[in-house]
Ligand binder design. Sequence first.
Ligand code: AHR
Length: 308
Amino acid sequence: AASLGGLLPATALAQKKIVLGFSQVGAESEWRTANTESIKASAKEAGIELKFSDAQQKQENQIKAIRSFIAQKVDVIAFSPVVESGWETVLREAKAAKIPVVLTDRSVNTKDDSLYVTFMGSDFVEEGRKAGRWLVEKMKDQKGEVNIVELQGTVGSAPAIDRKKGFEEIIKADPKFKILRSQTGDFTRAKGKEVMEAFLKADGKKINVLYAHNDDMAIGAIQAIEEAGLKPAKDITIISIDAVKGAFEAMIAGKLNVSVECSPLLGPQLMSAVKDIKAGKQLPKRIVTEETIFPMEVAAKEFPNRKY
Ligand code: AHR
């Protein structure tokens, strides 16, 4: 074969695999595990070499991973930022090294949007609004106060900030809705249970509604509610986000009222973006995932179609 630059045969050069460095948040939830599987499986299928790093919910670990990807001269860096702020320095380092960056699932709050090529993932504010609209409709005939407790996601993360914002935007239209308590459960089952126990100790039977920023925290909280001798989804209306299989099981068992969909299956989209970037194609700055909402009434019928 003809040689290019006298170093490698042309065929070998043409077949050189694209290398993608991916920094994942951690393994905090069923959603996250499905997201990791989606990314690993689609990289394999697309013939992309994946360098995968798990940050265990720590920003400093993500920054370290990104720096190591830069040092290894990967072709593209992708990551799901654990929190929104504090990325400018490392993103400038990637830009200086001419390595394109893709944000998946969560965004960063930078004024300089030249620091990344595209952001693909859900509209978290809209997810919060969907949760709020469902509650407003469900409680439309309720005359007295509706006392809500909120389990927030990881402090400083885009989904925690935005899901709170979207939900409040909708419920503030009617003063009967009151958020009694709002605390982080860090998107995990264990923390969701622990914080719900504290809510129940403090407010007990006053609580009418639990709004959990993800299904895992809701599932943990359901345990706490049952242990307190109350009936989840009956004594306390429960709304959560993600629509993972665990949430469908809880809905089918009559313990969770509704889950707003947030799809973790971003792998195929990410791999095609990586290939497009390498081929010099222009990508939209924002790629929004299409999503819906699943109330408990449709859970049994929908369950067989669920992919995560
Ligand atoms: O960023 C998406 C959120 O992160 C999911 O809703 C949650 O389950 C995950 O940990």
